[in-house]
Design a protein around this ligand. Structure first.
Ligand code: C2E
Ligand code: MG
Ligand code: MG
Ligand code: MG
Length: 285
């Protein structure tokens, strides 16, 4: 609260802005108790192989069922949790729940079970306890390291000090999959990317938008950009998932461009684990 005020030392008193800040502060103050009371829950969204529409992974997306404000999307509270530091506990909670769910899918579907992909905030990737947490969660839930993927944004990894990358390297060497989230929206240092322990780039939905309309050719610039990102990824030995796939036309164009996987409303919205189980039994379409 006070910290965000620091930037605008010259700002005059603005009652609306002040009310917003108070609301933010209240929300962040209730988060620890909300975590205790299990007001958070995790939805899952399929990560789909474009060649055959198989659900190969699922992304874990946290939500907050708030007693007064109703269902809150992560955009409302992840930033707050990062500011207060609670993201470390919240993130660990999500990781635990996602891995427990993954182990249920392992039991039910064996080798066809999807990997779970969990978002990691910058602060978590710098947390010295991260590798231990992951190791013990994998041990407790019995899922193999390859059954877990961690998603980090470009800004969370680029410019991170080298010794902080050690944690990622250790996870990578254990076999945990590492993905760069929202790729193309931050500022990636390509020399740096080359040295990063990463398996996959997730191309941000904003680049995929121009491939949307079924009745028009794809936007040539977006198509070139996606093509260039796919070429870059493959040159680095990485696979590509496209985010924000909302139409069949996008899915087909992305497949033709060489993206391995896609994620988006065309396949399925984020939902409860039972919905994923049904997809695994019956297929997506
Ligand atoms: P993200 O990791 O890039 O996740 C993808 C977001 O795109 C999700 O929003 C998802 O619901 C949305 N989405 C999926 N398909 C489509 C589509 O076809 N069209 C459009 N327009 N959107 C689509 P959501 O669930 O609101 O999450 C927002 C962000 O919050 C995530 O973006 C991620 O950065 C963050 N987040 C969510 N869960 C966690 C978490 O457990 N920990 C951390 N650190 N961050 C999280
Ligand atoms: Mg993500
Ligand atoms: Mg993303
Ligand atoms: Mg995002």
């Amino acid at each position: 609260w006070a910290k965000s005020e620091g930037k605008s030392r010259w700002a005059v008193y603005d009652p609306e802005r002040n009310a917003r800040e108070v609301a933010r502060f209240r929300l962040s103050a209730t988060m620890p108790a909300a975590l205790e009371r299990e007001e958070f829950f995790v939805d899952y969204q399929p990560l789909v192989r474009l060649a055959d529409n198989a659900v190969v992974g699922v992304e874990a997306l946290v939500r907050w069922r708030h007693p007064e404000h109703g269902l809150l999307s992560p955009d409302r509270f992840i930033g707050l949790a990062e500011e207060t530091g609670l993201i470390v506990q919240l993130g660990r909670w999500v990781l635990e729940h996602a891995c427990q769910q993954a182990s249920r899918w392992q039991r039910e579907f064996g080798p066809a079970a999807p990997y779970v992909s969990v978002n990691l905030a910058a602060r978590q990737s710098r947390d010295p306890g991260l590798v231990n947490d992951v190791e013990s969660i994998l041990r407790d839930t019995g899922i193999p390291p390859t059954g877990l993927q961690l998603e980090l944004t470009e800004s969370a990894v680029m410019g991170t000090a080298d010794d902080q990358l050690d944690a990622l390297r250790r996870l990578y060497e254990m076999g945990v999959r590492i993905a760069i989230d929202d790729f193309g929206t931050g500022y990636s240092n390509l020399a740096y990317l080359r040295r990063l322990p990463v398996h996959e780039l997730k191309i941000a939905g904003s680049f995929v938008e121009g491939l949307r309309a079924p009745d028009k050719p794809a936007d040539p610039v977006d198509k070139q950009i996606v093509g260039a990102l796919v070429t870059l990824a493959h040159a680095l030995g990485l696979t590509v998932t496209a985010e924000g796939v909302e139409t069949r036309a996008q899915a087909e164009r992305l497949r033709d461009i060489g993206c391995e996987s896609g994620q988006g409303w065309f396949f399925a919205r984020p939902g409860p684990p039972e919905t994923i189980s049904r997809f695994l039994r019956e297929g997506l379409f």
